[in-house]
Design a binder for this molecule. Structure first.
Ligand code: FAD
Length: 610
């Protein structure tokens, strides 16, 4: 992995395909590009098996109908579209739901150890918004199982190649490499101006181990960088979920879509906000207030605890506000009636989390829970082929918005999205590159563009490290996260958001003075946090501006001053970009908001009743 050292001392690596992100999306895509015979590099800022996908608990949806006959991809698609509050693009939903059963079977053949029914078939449980046992799971460690399986698949391919027993592509992992920017270049050979013929030709990276800068040149690049949960104080997300991919794309001139739609999960453990899977309610868990009432009957009488997440999250807060919570902060999730055996078999991880982090054994006591940020429905704008508007640049998984989740994602549909669209992205890239001829080399001028960018990034990082005073990174980051939770949280209101945006702009203006005390060359995590923070500001503004402009309530976006859905004006995707290609690198590119029609289909737009 040493790459080629240039005169200026940077290492340059060339590959056909670069995949940024080693979660389920990135690894699933890599299997396809390697199998298509392409030289593939996977870059990740942590070891692949520490990607947030590993933390997924509850499961993955597919209309297998194993527990109860009569399920169909159409029913799955309908539940998804209704759950999305009709903002999802119906052709994308169709693509995902049709591919779901095949995706689960394929994972099983790869080696995923799904939980089983008595008759040996894959077990399924009910998740919110479906009210049908459609979610396949591996106890409450589904992501862990699938991520290890996909990693094994790639390790297997690597081993076969090293022994020369398999023809085909190559896989190289760059672990603990942090991507700092994307590189674009013009196709000058076609005589077009760079703007016209521009494509994505690579990226720049910081090697965490020794702080060296590396350049990567490629023929196609896939962003699979996950969500941005850590923009908010209370989040179920891993610390690494800082939305870097969305900000890299934004700075490369690519628009983000539907960024105001942020999911707050109803049941995160009070105190730490570690996720308590929806599977706990899927297995029959109750939500209780301090009157010992299953309060969901007042909010979603039909679906109760299995209403979609946005609705359950919005039911908990009023209970607490009305004095029916505990310590004015949380409600209870009661599993005791499920019995020890079921809890031990189906929810062993949840039991351990509750005992270790709240001192509560759910076999004997209810779990204290409160809503917390969980998922980003919005992301990098892509079509159903996962291509962005910049040739050569693709995005898939949680960092993208192919728009299968619309205004609210159903539990179990994200793992599904990662494997279905990860695979399609890999296949698409495989086809595109093979059609331009196998063995085509990365062009010299692309490598030159990467080198130029490297020296810019070098300057930026050196300047940051050279500052010994100014604004403390951690303090600024904490202020931002608190602001986002308070002003753009479960409930939103126009004036409060306007004030929030003003404060956000003020915080952002302090970023150029950020400094860190840690100047170490080896694993300088403070430096990574400081680089991530610039991206968090980009994303915060996209969320804030999208939310302020959307004068309606839809899915996760709940405006107290506009409580109704407004299909006449807002049955549309928000598209946010920084104006002009000159936005690259600048902290203050002019934000522009536009709207795009939703692609409707066989399901007519209706009220959501649960
Ligand atoms: C606690 C928890 C439980 C969940 N449970 C479920 C569930 O049961 N069912 C379900 O459907 N969904 C669930 N979800 C959602 C789902 O797990 C995620 O949406 C999905 O796994 C995201 O996968 P991904 O491949 O897009 O990204 P991730 O798995 O987040 O991977 C992102 C990758 O990008 C890399 N990366 C990011 N930035 C950079 C950078 N600058 N440089 C280099 N590398 C970078 C990271 O290192 C990582 O490898 C859960 C989420 C959480 C947080």
């Amino acid at each position: 992995m040493g790459g080629e050292e240039t005169e200026s001392g940077y290492s340059i690596h060339t590959h056909d395909v670069i995949i940024i992100g080693a979660g389920l999306t990135g690894l699933r895509a890599a299997i396809e590009t390697v199998d298509a015979g392409l030289d593939t590099a996977v870059i990740s800022k942590v070891h692949p098996l520490r990607s947030h996908s590993v933390a997924a608990q509850g499961g993955m949806n597919a209309a297998l109908g194993n527990v109860q006959a009569g399920d169909s991809w159409e029913d799955h698609a309908f539940d998804t579209v209704k759950g999305s509050d009709y903002l999802a693009d119906q052709d994308a939903v169709e693509l995902m739901c049709k591919n779901a059963p095949g995706a689960v079977i394929e994972l099983e053949h790869f080696g995923t150890v799904f939980s089983r029914q008595e008759d040996g078939r894959i077990a399924q449980r009910s998740f919110g918004g479906g009210m049908f046992p459609r979610t396949c799971y591996a106890a409450d460690r589904t992501g862990h199982n699938i991520l290890h399986t996909l990693y094994e698949q790639l390790m297997g391919r690597e081993l076969e190649q090293s022994k020369g027993s398999k023809s085909g592509g190559k896989i190289t992992f760059y672990e603990e490499f942090f991507v700092t920017s994307l590189v674009k270049a013009g196709v000058s050979s076609e005589g077009k101006s760079p703007e016209q013929g521009e494509r994505c030709v690579g990226c720049t990276c910081l090697n965490l181990a020794d702080r060296t800068l590396h350049g990567f040149a490629c023929r196609a690049l896939l962003l699979a960088t996950g969500g941005f949960g850590r923009l908010f104080t209370r989040s179920t997300n891993a610390l690494i979920n800082t939305g870097d991919g969305a900000s890299l794309a934004l700075r490369a001139g690519i628009p983000l879509k539907d960024m105001e739609f942020v999911q707050f999960h109803p049941t995160t453990l009070y105190g730490t906000n570690i996720l308590i899977t929806e599977g706990a309610r899927g297995e029959g868990g109750y939500l209780l207030n301090n009157k010992n009432e299953r309060f969901m009957k007042a909010y979603a009488p039909k679906s109760m605890e299995l209403a979609p997440r946005d609705i359950v999250a919005r039911s908990i807060q009023p209970e607490i506000d009305a004095g029916r919570g505990f310590d004015d902060k949380y409600v209870l999730l009661d599993l005791q009636h499920l019995g020890k055996d079921k809890i031990m078999e189906r929810l062993p991880g949840i039991r351990l989390i509750s005992m270790d982090f709240a001192g509560v054994d759910p076999i004997e006591e209810p779990i204290p829970v409160q809503p917390g940020q969980h998922y980003s429905m919005g992301g990098i704008a892509v079509g159903n082929d996962l291509a962005t508007e910049l040739p050569g640049l693709y995005a898939a998984g949680e960092c993208s918005c192919v728009s299968v989740h619309g205004a609210n994602r159903l539990g179990g549909n994200s793992l599904l999205e990662t494997v279905v669209f990860g695979k399609l992205a890999g296949q698409g890239i495989g086809k595109t590159l093979s059609s331009s001829g196998s063995g085509v080399r990365v062009r010299e001028e692309d490598e030159k563009a990467v080198l130029e960018k490297l020296s810019e990034e070098d300057e930026r990082i050196k300047a940051l490290l050279a500052r010994d005073s100014g604004v403390k990174m951690a303090g600024l980051r904490d202020e931002l996260k608190k602001l986002m939770f308070e002003s753009f949280g479960v409930f939103r209101e126009g004036k409060k958001m306007e004030e929030g945006l003003e404060k956000l702009r003020e915080l952002k203006s302090r970023y150029p003075e950020v400094y860190i005390d840690n100047k170490s060359i080896v694993f300088n995590q403070a430096l990574i946090y400081a680089l991530e923070l610039r991206g968090l500001f980009d994303i915060a503004e996209a969320v804030a501006r999208g939310a302020i402009a959307r004068n309606e309530s839809r899915g996760s976006h709940a405006r107290t001053d506009y409580p109704d859905r407004d299909d006449e004006n807002f049955l549309a995707h928000t598209v946010y970009r920084l104006e002009g290609r000159g936005a690259e690198g600048k902290l203050d590119g002019k934000p522009v908001l536009e709207y795009q029609p939703v692609r409707l289909g066989k399901f007519p737009v209706k009220e959501r009743v649960y």
